[in-house]
Design a protein around this ligand. Structure first.
Ligand SMILES: Nc1ncnc2c1ncn2[C@@H]1O[C@H](COP(=O)(O)OP(=O)(O)O)[C@@H](O)[C@H]1O
Ligand SMILES: [Mg+2]
Length: 477
């Protein structure tokens, strides 16, 4: 509207208000703020507007780890007018044999399936504050690969992680046992070894089979019962969470009703596996689907649709920061976007492995070009942003009063006096002092539903001072 020469510009939606294009979304968005700062609210508004703008050309995977998250996600998808593409996945009510998906995908193999499970194992141990040394990690990775190979060669696309688990738990503990009729008649491992041997299709499979059989029936016995026991317990730790209902019905089914490709074709997938109801298996399933979806997105030759992966509680869903950073850095051209939220930098770092994960934290974080920094009481997070936004020159005017007694002088009284000394100095001061993050509005009725945050986008500056951030406000929906 033009009125007396002034132009009044009204933002169409939150993306307009923040100056974010759909292209920018593909360089990833991160909202960081303390509990109750309005992260979820802001992500909901952004997602509604992203889905609205993209129409059927945008699909999403919304990972829900909190109990009320799925209802929120569904509401946002409905507000965006995308309800016809909504797919709600509740464990027990859909099937997704992720192992079969991994083994049958382009370039998938027992090795890539092992890597997937190893990442989950890291996630489990990191959430318990444990670290693995490489000897054990290599041993149980080898065990997993061999068990997966035997299960795969015998069951093919019907293989499930239950098969892998059963092979692992029925392995012989001694050489004498290998030749015993009892082992040969009752062991699941022996049964699948025979099936695998009979179904070998080519020389490559023969080599895989021989390597695995030799490891499981010979080397693995020789390493001794202590090491063997440790490797089996480590290897099964990641499988066990999936073997309880209702997760079992979902991931141990021979056929899948869901495939990550659905989100790549524009479906709005809400994966409702809250940790309260599904324990660690909920967390692990969300990580698997995210990884497999991301990798599938990167394999696309000429992507026509954009896919958004939403993880409001990123710290619960990140298992391999190096892989995450690698995927993010190449995903822009593949139209795969990450929209994430987390309370603070230390929260994210501890989920990535604690003190030694400083590099990982920054490499993942740097890949999010658009950052929204909300109210926060975490000194480290606030200092980090304050410092990374640098300093600017400020003029300080100081006033001092002379201490000398002066005689009353009418002229001096009327014209001003020289009792006050003024001096002007220049000093460097932070563009955004850390305490500014404490006073941002956090939504809710007492703030009239307003949430304040600093917006920062790589390579962009705002205002006459060229600040690398700008203050923005959104109204909760
Ligand atoms: N739609 C809404 N209307 C009013 N208040 C809300 C709404 N959504 C959330 N709130 C309140 O706003 C504050 C911020 O909520 P939320 O976005 O969930 O924060 P965070 O995800 O950072 O924990 C909370 O106090 C919450 O109770
Ligand atoms: Mg939240």
């Amino acid at each position: 509207m033009n009125w007396f020469g002034f132009t009044f510009w009204k933002a169409r939606d939150s993306l307009d208000l923040l100056g974010i294009s759909l292209e920018d979304v593909c360089s990833h968005i991160f909202a960081i703020g303390g509990t109750g700062s309005g992260k979820t609210s802001v992500l909901k508004i952004l997602l509604r507007d992203i889905l609205r703008r993209g129409g059927p050309n945008i699909g999403c995977l919304w990972c829900c780890v909190k109990p009320d998250e799925a209802a929120n996600a569904c509401r946002v998808i409905e507000l965006a007018g995308a309800q016809d593409r909504l797919l709600i996945l509740v464990p027990g009510e859909f099937t997704y044999n992720f192992l079969s998906f991994e083994l049958t995908r382009q370039n998938g193999s027992p090795t890539t399936a092992t890597q997937l499970l190893q990442d989950l194992n890291n996630q489990l141990s990191q959430s318990k504050g444990e670290h693995q040394d490489s000897f054990w990690a290599n041993l149980y990775a080898m065990l997993l690969t061999c068990c997966i190979t035997i299960a795969w060669l015998s069951k093919r696309e019907k293989v499930t992680i239950e098969d892998v688990y059963r092979v692992m738990l029925s392995l012989p503990a001694a050489f004498a046992q290998v030749a015993s009729t009892e082992f040969q008649s009752s062991s699941y491992a022996f049964q699948l070894l025979q099936l695998a041997e009979n179904g070998i299709r080519n020389a490559g499979e023969m080599r895989q089979y021989k390597q695995s059989a030799s490891f499981l029936l010979s080397e693995f016995i020789q390493i001794g019962s202590k090491a063997r026991g440790a490797a089996i317990s480590e290897g099964s730790a990641v499988l066990v969470p999936f073997l309880n209902s209702p997760m079992y019905e979902t991931v141990c089914a021979e056929h899948s009703t869901f495939s990550p490709e659905m989100a790549l074709d524009g479906a709005c997938v809400v994966l409702a596996a809250p940790i309260m109801s599904h324990g660690p298996a909920g967390m692990l399933l969300q990580s698997i689907v995210t990884t497999q979806l991301s990798e599938a997105a990167l394999r696309r030759l000429n992507p026509q649709t954009t896919t958004i992966v939403v993880r409001d509680e990123l710290q619960m869903l990140i298992n391999n920061p190096a892989k995450e950073a690698m995927i993010q850095s190449v995903s822009r051209s593949q139209r795969l976007a990450f929209v994430s939220g987390c309370q603070s930098l230390p929260t994210l770092q501890s989920a990535m492995g604690g003190n030694q994960a400083e590099q990982e934290l920054h490499s993942v974080f740097a890949n999010y070009s658009t950052k929204l920094i909300l109210s926060n009481h975490c000194a480290r997070t606030n200092d980090y942003f304050s410092q990374s936004w640098g300093q600017h020159r400020e003029d300080f005017v100081s006033v001092s009063e002379t201490k000398e007694e002066e005689k009353f002088d009418l002229l001096n009284f009327l014209m001003g006096n020289d009792r006050f000394l003024f001096s002007v100095s220049e000093q460097m001061a932070p563009r955004c002092p850390p305490e500014r993050f404490l006073s941002l509005r956090r939504g809710g009725p007492h703030n009239k539903l307003l949430v304040d945050f600093f917006l920062s986008q790589a390579g962009r500056t705002y205002g006459p001072q060229g600040d690398p951030f700008t203050l923005k406000t959104l109204r909760q929906i």
